[in-house]
Design a protein around this ligand. Sequence first.
Ligand code: ZN
Ligand code: ZN
Length: 174
Amino acid sequence: MLAAIARELACQFLVAWLLLVMGDFLSTFCYHVPEHVFGSLHLKTHHSSKKTFRHYAILTLNVQVLLDGFLGALPYLFVAAVLWSVSPIGVIGGLLFGQFHVWWRHISALGWQTPQPIAQLCRVLFITTPEQHWLHHQKTTVGFGDIFTFFEQPARAWMRLLRLLRLHFRYSPV
Ligand SMILES: [Zn+2]
Ligand SMILES: [Zn+2]
């Protein structure tokens, strides 16, 4: 009985973690980084300086902010649909954590400083702290991986590659 409950809990936890990893991966590599290289919507909305916490945390009715938030969240919803049949509770848990993390990682705008024990736990779990995400707001070439820090280095490499591609297409003769 206890073993069955533990197995069920482990499955739900694994589905939630997978949803966040795959969602963050797709969101970072298919939307966030390409949008920084080829687009302007995310740069205009999410990186505009001196905005409020509500603006960064997408707690506003500004259409452009909502669109940028929706496009960034779309990969998570796609993964959620795929994993739904495995564990609906895991999917809901993952989406709730993802939404909580959107708010938490922007709390630096309110002057928050992450307590050391929490920062250490995040380091062990490779979870992006508000301080790490704030670096991305200040300098758009660093601090990738909205939720997981292990996407930072590959995202930087992806950005360099896409920038080279942009240069190539801009200056290659037609
Ligand atoms: Zn942000
Ligand atoms: Zn960005």
